[in-house]
Ligand binder design. Structure first.
Ligand SMILES: NC(=O)c1ccc[n+]([C@@H]2O[C@H](COP(=O)([O-])OP(=O)(O)OC[C@H]3O[C@@H](n4cnc5c(N)ncnc54)[C@H](O)[C@@H]3O)[C@@H](O)[C@H]2O)c1
Length: 433
């Protein structure tokens, strides 16, 4: 009898991707160059866009859809010939920083409704170790009436893509795969090998694969938090963090992390999944939580430092005007989810500063919907301070004269969070993290 992999390759059966966002759409299109794919999403508006070769996440060109054997749908019945399901729905946190599994549970219910004997379900969403087995499989069983692992197999294969990164793409990053037994582990690996030219790493178990993903982002978060804390200390010492990092970075084993705002849907979110699981197991994670605290506080810290410096210039915060350059959660992307620039704004506004925000990548409507303010089309020329919050490539070539034109006076302040103008600003007051 043919294996699940062989049937997919012979195009006798289909693979479905559930949730076509930043992660789901690229993987669906990549598979659709080799096998038959169904792209399923609950958002009918997004499905319509993809049918017209438009990526709703603004990451892919329409040419990425060319030559793909894929059917986009919001109709569950279109998945009846599917034998291999990949779930790539969001895994956010709620207002109390606790895992919000609503999309994952919803997607598991959807899959459970069309699951048949012999099918495979592989989760790609970032979760805490244990989530696939404890939270998802019972839903698949309940909805389908089938029994795991006899009737269907489950795997976990985390996504490592980095939005805006054109070098580290899906096919060029080694992918961690796993299954619920030796056979499924091999089948899942073989299916992913169809599209990941860099190869796959067969993890020892689903829980190991889940843990591997969550610690990749937790390690980054904790390391950035350390550098953020150091930058607070260096500020008190009156030395520039980037000068210190340049010096320390000459040692072969010094890790090159930079200070900054940690937002977005991965680094600033995933560690909370791990600390939640640790707490359930009776362990209060200290280092991870401290890192989260430091990073979540940075936006407010930047706002306060800006106000202090403006007061030092004799500016009354209540009469001040500040320009923030950049609203997205990181450089060169349009994604504003969990952007910590919002904390900088709210801190400045708590001192009654007037704040303008510009961003060449973010969508003003979306910003309004998410955070309640709009973006300025053009900066004015009467700012007391300019905060370069995100190092978009468009900002790289600004000269000191360009920045001066937007400031009210020669005493204007430049707050350069990522240190992109270090060494370039000679006359204006300059501060970076
Ligand atoms: N964005 C990244 O760079 C990245 C990188 C690595 C891992 N991840 C992880 O991958 C997962 C997906 O993230 P994303 O950024 O692609 O999310 P996203 O918000 O871009 O997209 C999610 C898509 O899923 C759809 N969706 C939501 N609930 C659904 C449901 N019940 N059924 C079907 N579709 C549903 C939405 O309509 C949307 O189109 C998350 O767990 C995330 O942590 C993301």
């Amino acid at each position: 009898m043919s294996s699940i992999y062989e049937k997919l390759v012979k195009k006798e059966t289909k693979l479905a991707v559930i949730g076509l966002g930043y992660v789901g759409l690229p993987i669906a299109l990549e598979f659709a160059k080799k096998i038959k794919v169904v792209g399923f999403d609950i958002n009918a508006k997004r499905v319509e866009m993809m049918k017209n070769k438009i990526d709703p996440s603004n990451e892919l060109e329409s040419s990425a859809f060319d030559g793909c054997d894929i059917e986009f749908t919001a109709n569950i019945h279109d998945m009846k010939d599917v034998t291999f399901f990949i779930v790539a729905v969001p895994t956010p946190i709620d207002a109390s920083n606790l895992p919000d599994l609503t999309p994952l549970i919803g997607a598991s219910r959807t899959v459970g409704k069309v699951l048949k004997k012999g099918d495979y379900v592989v989760y790609e969403s970032t979760v805490y170790p244990g989530c696939t087995e404890e939270d998802c499989i019972p839903i698949l069983e309940a909805e389908s009436g089938l029994k795991f692992p006899g009737d269907f197999k489950v795997g976990y294969s985390p996504e490592r893509i980095n939005p805006g990164d054109k070098v580290h793409t899906l096919s060029s990053i080694v992918k961690v795969t796993s299954g619920c037994d030796a056979e499924s582990s091999e089948q899942v690996a073989k299916v992913y090998e169809l599209v990941v030219t860099a190869g796959v790493h067969r993890a020892a178990s689903i829980k190991v694969a889940e843990a591997a993903k969550i610690i990749e982002n937790t390690q980054r978060d904790v390391n950035i938090a350390l550098i953020n804390e150091l930058s607070i200390i260096f500020n008190r010492l009156g030395i520039n963090t980037y000068d210190v990092l340049d010096a320390a970075g000459t040692k072969w084993n010094f890790l090159k992390f930079q200070p900054g705002l940690v937002g977005g849907h991965c680094i600033g979110v995933d560690p909370y999944y791990l600390t939640h699981k640790a707490k359930q197991l009776g362990y209060h994670a200290k280092i991870i939580n401290s890192g989260r605290y430091v990073n979540d506080s940075m936006g407010f810290y930047v706002g306060k430092q800006t106000v202090k410096k403006m007061i030092g210039h004799g500016v009354n915060p209540m009469e001040s005007k500040v320009l923030i350059m950049g609203a997205t959660f990181k450089e060169d992307v349009s994604d504003i989810r969990n952007s910590k620039v919002v904390n900088v704004i709210s801190e400045l506004e708590s001192f009654a500063c007037k704040v303008d925000v510009i961003d060449p990548h973010a969508d003003s409507e979306e910003v309004k919907h998410e955070y309640g303010f709009t973006l300025c089309e053009k900066p004015t020329n009467d700012y007391d301070a300019i905060i370069i919050a995100v190092n978009h490539k468009e900002y790289a070539n600004y000269s000191e004269a360009d920045l001066r034109k937007m400031l009210k006076s020669d005493k204007g302040l430049i707050v350069d969070l990522k240190g992109i103008y270090k060494g370039k600003i000679k006359n204006l007051d300059y501060w970076s993290l």
